[in-house]
Design a protein. Structure first.
Length: 257
């Protein structure tokens, strides 16, 4: 009887338990971030793994249902039939309410759009002596959009701006070498629109190294048109060294008594 009990215990721990828990079946988690959801199924099946969508997030630069994150990470050692938790790009962008920009200045309208995670599109100048430099209306793809309408984040909104006279062409400003902060003030003062910024993470002290349209003799532009900018990292500021106090400067050797 004692022998049977020992055989049973040994069999349970060394035969049944390992087989029921896949004790020795270890696989390496493949890299699936950056792939579409329909592409990862076969890859995970080849590794005897499964997946579960744990969350979604909207990323404008990636196709919908692209895997953004995975857990466990690629290269991890896990047991077969392990579930990989993933985050994918949402199919539809989040929305916001269209703000009311009427009577705003161009600068205030652009700042408000950015606060709502929207962007300024074209500026359409319309003669209006009673409301010069004030927003008269707001449009998306040529159609008026009422305040409160829900629209996708990052949508470009065109605005109609009052103007005292004709929108005559003028010389393209030279922004090369200026900081991003300086350029924004110049563009706003000239009634021009800040276009695409590349990269857009360097801040107001970044230096402009390229612009389109470029500064070329004879080139012109009109109010409401866009200028795209390329940036370099901010230049390091020179370190100013304070002069040493007069009484701390050692006297010449020949003056010592």
């Amino acid at each position: 009887m004692a022998v049977l009990v020992i055989v049973f215990v040994l069999g349970f721990f060394f035969l049944y338990l390992p087989s029921s828990t896949n004790h020795n079946d270890i696989v390496e988690v493949p890299k699936i971030t950056g792939m579409k959801l329909d592409q990862i199924v076969d890859i995970l099946e080849e590794h005897d793994l499964r997946y579960e969508v744990q969350d979604s997030d909207y990323v404008s630069k990636l196709p919908p249902l692209t895997v953004i994150t995975q857990y466990p990470a690629a290269g991890s050692q896990v047991k077969e039939d392990r579930k990989i938790f993933i985050t994918v790009v949402a199919q539809n962008p989040p929305t916001v309410e269209m703000p009311d920009l009427k009577d705003f200045s161009l600068r205030s309208a652009q700042e408000t759009l950015e606060n709502f995670e929207l962007s300024l599109g074209k500026v359409i100048y319309q003669p209006d002596s009673l409301h010069p430099n004030s927003v008269l209306g707001q449009q998306i793809n040529g159609k008026a959009v009422e305040p409160g309408t829900r629209i996708a984040k990052h949508t470009q909104v065109d605005i109609v701006l009052g103007s005292l006279g004709d929108n005559k062409p003028f010389a393209v400003p030279n922004l090369i070498g200026r900081t991003m902060g300086e350029a924004e003030s110049i563009l706003m003062g000239l009634g021009l629109v800040k276009g695409t910024i590349t990269p857009d993470t360097l801040g107001a002290n970044a230096t402009i190294n390229k612009q389109v349209p470029g500064y070329v003799k004879g080139s012109t532009i009109r109010k409401g048109e866009r200028i795209n900018l390329w940036l370099s990292p901010p230049k390091p500021r020179p370190v100013k060294v304070a002069p040493a106090p007069v009484d701390s400067i050692p006297a010449p050797a020949d003056s010592v008594q």
